[in-house]
Design a protein around this ligand. Sequence first.
Ligand code: NAD
Ligand code: USQ
Length: 401
Amino acid sequence: MKVLVLGGDGYCGWPTSLHLSDAGHEVVIVDNCVRRQIDHELATQSLTPITDMKQRVKAWQEVSGQTIAVEFGDLLDWEFISDVVRRHQPDAIVHFAEQRAAPYSMIDRRHAVYTQHNNVVGNLNVLFAIQEFVPECHLVKLGTMGEYGQPNIDIEEGYIEIEHNGRKDVLPYPKQPGSWYHLSKVHDSHNIAFACRIWGMRATDLNQGVVYGTVTPQTERDPRLINRFDYEEVFGTVLNRFCIQAAIGHPLTVYGKGGQIRGFLDIRDTVRCIELAVENPAEFGEFRVFNQFTEEFSVNQLAEMVVEAAGKLGFEARIDNIPNPRVEKEEHYYNAKRTKLLDLGLQPHYLGDSLLDSLLNIALEYRDRIDPDVVMPSVDWREGRAKQRVHKAPAQPSASL
Ligand code: NAD
Ligand code: USQ
C-alpha cells in the first residue's frame, strides 16, 4: 500500500515510517519539522542524538534498500498538503502531525491558540484533501485516551449504549479532556466523525495512551536511525522522565498523590497498532475508534517499578511527591476497554524487568546529554500565563495569534 505518514519525523512517526517500510509498504513522510524548532524554543534536546530527516532516510535506504520519500511542509498550508495528496494518491494516510504536549498547550494563551489552530486546522485540511483527491483513502488518525478523561464508569472504545427515558441509542462516548491539547483531539474527532457521516469517508481514530521507550527493531539497525526521546518537563512523558531522573540521581517527580491512572504502551506496540489499522481499513462511512494501549498503571506504581529496577542495576532512586502543577484527579476509578486491536492480532510487549532495564540503560548511556534544569515542572495549569523559563512565543508564531 502507499501510505503517507504525516508527522513522520516525530517520536511515534519516525519508527512507524520505518516499520511500515520494512513491512513492504511505500512510505512518504510529510513533516514541517516544527518539533525540532520547539526544542530550540524550550532550550532542550532529545536525550538521544537524532540525525536530520535527510540523513535518516538515506541511512534507511542504505541498511534496508527501501526508499522513503519526504515532503517538507505544513499541514496548515492548503496548497502544499492538497498538492502532496493529489500527487501521491495514497491508499492510507497516518496522521501524527500535531502539537502533542499537554503542558506546551497550557503555557499561555499563545501556546493554547497555536496548539488548537495547528491541530484542528491541519486536520481539517487533511479531511478536505482526502475528500477532493482520494475519497477512497483510509485516514488513520492519532487521538488520545485523554479525550475521555477519567470518568467514574468503564471507558468503552469510542461509543456507549445509553438508555434514556425508555429509549436506547449508541452514542459517542462522553469526553472530559484535561488540557487545551487534549481538547484539540476531541475537536478533531468530532470533525472526522462528521466527515465520515457527510462524505462517506473512512477513518480510524486511535485513542492512544502514554507511550514509553524509544527503540524498535528498525531504529536499532543503524545509529543514524535512532528515535527521539523527550525527557524534559513539557514533552517528556512520565515513564521516560522517571528513567532519566533515576539515571542522574534526581528524585522521581510524582505529581501530587500519584494515584493518577493512565493507559500505557511500548513504542513497539504503537508501530504495530498503526500497521494493523492500515492493513485492516474501516468501512466507507465508518468512524472507527480503537483504544490503543496495553496496560494501566498509576504514576505511583510506575515510580515504584523504576526504583526497584534501578536498585537491581545497582543504583539508588527515590521518589518525591511534589505539588501537582496540573488540575487532574489524583485518586480515581479507571477501567478502559482495549479489545479491538488485540482482536486484530496485536501481541503486546508488557512492562517487565527487562524492558525497564533497557529504558534505564538508554538513560544511563546518554546521561551526559541530560540538562537537570529542564526536569522540574514549571508550567502550571492554574496560571494561564508563562512565568517560567519557557520562551515567550510558540515556535511558529503567526500574525493571528
Ligand atoms: P512529536 O511531536 O514527536 O511528532 C509530531 C510530528 O508532527 C513532529 O515531527 C512535528 O514536526 C510534526 N508536525 C506538527 N505539526 C505539523 C504541521 N502543522 N505540519 C506538518 N508537520 C507537523 O509527537 P509524537 O509523540 O510522535 O505524537 C504523534 C501523535 O501521536 C500526536 O498526534 C499525538 O497527539 C499522538 N499521541 C502521542 C502520544 C505519546 O505518548 N507520544 C500518546 C498518545 C497520542
Ligand atoms: N506525571 C507525573 N510526573 C511527571 C510527569 C507526569 O506525575 O514527571 C503525571 C501527570 O500528572 C499525568 C501522568 O503522569 O497524570 C501522565 O502525564 P504525561 O506527561 O506522561 O502524559 P500526558 O500529559 O497525558 O500526555 C502524553 C502525551 C500526549 C498523549 C497522552 C496520552 O504527551 O501526546 O495524548 O500522553 S493520554 O495520557 O492517555 O491522554
